[in-house]
Design a protein around this ligand. Structure first.
Ligand SMILES: CCOC(=O)c1ccc2c(c1)NC(=O)[C@@H](C)N2
Length: 116
């Protein structure tokens, strides 16, 4: 498949992205927030991010290291915590994804270091 590449970092980041996406069971982080549904979203959130955009960046070789990849994951979380009120399903889902994703990224960081 085209997914298999000679670049071990890109292979690993693809695996990690799949693990993170699997935690988003409601798929609320899967695609860009629909501005037709949420008209003021871009007034509040200056740097939208979602998993499909991360996948595109990954395949376009836009992540040259682990921390750039990790920064976009935290952007997804922080945008959601900023835009949504604390008592919303969205806010709570972001807190949960931050915990679950944090564990995945901590384990991955060590593996990426091994790849060198
Ligand atoms: C069909 C209506 O969809 C939404 O209103 C909506 C859909 C997805 C969303 C979102 C809103 N807000 C967010 O902050 C991110 C996490 N995801």
């Amino acid at each position: 498949a085209t997914e298999m590449t000679l670049n071990p970092l890109r292979m690993m980041l693809n695996e990690i992205l799949d693990q993170l996406k699997a935690k988003d069971i409601a798929s609320i982080f899967a695609e860009p927030v629909d501005v037709k549904e949420v008209p003021d979203y871009l007034d509040v959130i200056k740097h939208p991010m979602d998993f499909s955009t991360m996948k595109k960046k990954l395949n376009d070789h836009q992540y040259s290291n682990f921390s750039d990849f990790e920064a976009d994951f935290h952007l997804i979380i922080n945008n959601c915590l900023m835009y949504n009120a604390k008592d919303t399903i969205f806010y709570k889902a972001a807190q949960k994804l931050r915990e679950q994703g944090g564990a995945i990224l901590r384990h991955a960081q060590r593996r990426v270091e091994l790849v060198g």
